[in-house]
Design a protein around this ligand. Structure first.
Ligand code: SF4
Length: 264
């Protein structure tokens, strides 16, 4: 790695060892240092540098940018959407609008396990007393199951979004399990104004809740609008000591980066 991912992939997808290592991620970060996002995406996707890829998208306030960038290279890259059952109807409509407008060919809606919901969230109100447990049922587990089929996933995280994202590299290892998947953060160095300019340039549709004061949009019970000047993510799990849903387990987020990594 990373000359070609195919020689590390196993035909029957039995995971006997990690697909990528921190060494691979460090090499990829060095290889693409200084290269623009479009060029980097083109190389990663077309040269098969990261194996079987998927995008994880919330179809939130800024999701259109990464989806558009990747659709320009390959609109067939699977787009994984966590259909938690708790989204705003506006988000579901926006998802469908973007899929149509961008010509995305492979939307994959991930649902929580019904049997687990019946056992652990029969009332559907777990978010109100145990948001971590609710996120685990409705986000973390369905995504982990889906990602087991892939070698790498793209996220839309940006450094400016929060202090916990400020030091993330472009390429890192997904530490949520031992499979050694790559996690790729193509927009990590994009500023809010870059996102806005790209949306305008390409006339991308906006999530309808943005103009109603929602700069960061998650499930409806756990997202409130924010006041001007507030942190854009202040409306997520407001009142709880929680800033992330748990699908992004720490590498650069809650701890130090492993040796060899440098922040982008
Ligand atoms: Fe549940 Fe809220 Fe997490 Fe959605 S964001 S999965 S409703 S706790």
């Amino acid at each position: 790695m990373p000359e070609s991912a195919s020689n590390l992939r196993e035909a029957d997808r039995i995971d006997t060892g990690p697909r990528f290592t921190d060494h691979d991620a460090v090499r990829l970060n060095r290889m693409f240092r200084g290269m623009g996002t479009e060029e980097m995406l083109e190389a990663v996707i077309k040269d098969d540098l990261a194996g079987d890829l998927a995008i994880v998208s919330s179809f939130g306030a800024e999701s259109a940018v990464l989806l558009h960038l990747i659709a320009q290279v390959d609109p067939g890259v699977p787009v994984l959407f966590l259909d938690t059952g708790k989204h705003f109807p506006e988000t579901l409509a926006y998802r469908d609008e973007l899929v149509d407008r961008l010509g995305l060919k492979n939307l994959v809606n991930l649902h929580p396990c019904l049997a687990e919901l019946e056992m652990r969230d029969e009332s559907g109100l777990r978010w109100s007393y145990d948001p971590d447990g609710c996120c685990e049922l409705r986000k973390v587990k369905p995504l982990a199951k889906a990602l087991a089929k892939y070698d790498a996933s793209f996220t839309g995280r940006k450094a400016f979004q929060s202090s916990t994202r400020a030091n993330l590299p472009r390429f890192e290892i997904d530490t949520s399990d031992a499979q050694g998947r790559l996690k790729i953060n193509p927009l990590i160095d994009w500023k809010a104004e870059d996102i806005a300019a790209y949306m305008s340039l390409h006339e991308l549709p906006r999530h309808p809740l943005v103009e109603r004061g929602f700069p960061s949009i998650g499930c409806s019970p756990c997202t409130r609008p924010v006041a001007e000047g507030e942190d854009p993510r202040a409306g997520r799990w407001s009142g709880w000591d929680k800033t992330e849903c748990g699908i992004h387990t720490p590498s650069g987020e809650e701890g130090d980066l492993p040796p060899g990594y440098e922040p982008f």
